[in-house]
Design a protein around this ligand. Sequence first.
Ligand code: AFP
Length: 302
Amino acid sequence: MPEVTLEEHLHEVKDHEAAKLISEIARMSVDIRMEFPQRMAAKKGEENKYGEMAEELDVWTNNFYCEEFKKSGLVRAVYSEELKTPVRFSEDAPFVVTIDPLDGSSNIRSNNPIGAIIGIYRKEIPTTGRSLVASLYKQYGPMTTLVYTAGKGVHEFVKFRKGKMRYCLVEENIRVPEPGKVYGMGGSPLKWIPKFREFVKYMEEEKKMKLRYCGTFVGDFNQVLHYGGMFAYPALIDKPEGKLRLFYEGIPMANIIEKAGGLSSNGKISLLDIECEDPDARTPLYVGSKELILELVERLRR
Ligand code: AFP
């Protein structure tokens, strides 16, 4: 297959400013990935707004993105899982971005896959996911990959080290396989709502699906995008809103799975249709193959 770089592929994106921002975000991976080894066993940073101990690398990565976004001149506001309030730059810049700058950072010490999740809007937040211009995630695994949608299809690239940094196309117009093969769930099974626990049993015993879970949403999502099935961080008995963040994690990834022919849900409706005023809101999250998500929503409704 002829080598197609990310920059060449982005020529197909009608919104040229969005294409430029996606290319800028891809370039940032070089400096970010180089920070990992020296901070692997870093001490815990300070407590974040959710009362969780942010890793030092969370804080560094967030600051790096904010500095680079400001320099790009393309971003007027950054909403981040690591910021108590959004940081604002020049008001005439075209985009507002939501970022989970380092998803899965509690997995750094164990060298599990980690990643970044980014939503790109022209409109102000809060808004629904339907107004996303583009969304993307980067996975820092054995290889650095980037998956994006700018509205027309979902496309995956892998970063080559040779020569100047470039991402090359691995697969374009990715479709979530039906039926799916794998499932993964966050949290403690003892805390999942009973109807979801029953559905997990159904996936195991009736659907004969295989458990695949790495503890990072980006890694667990990526498996479902490629092999089909479901990733869930469900509603919990003591926390009906679940753990994952609607704007920083759920909406950008829901956009990708749905543009790839899959579905997302909070147990009732698509994450892209949730109207929410709170940028820090959490949501129960179910994403995956369309038929499986429809079955789950039906069973949760009973
Ligand atoms: P961290 O970024 O604090 O590691 O949280 C990662 C995450 O938000 C998401 O990537 C995982 O799916 C989920 O948390 C795992 O949560 P549990 O450790 O509660 O299963």
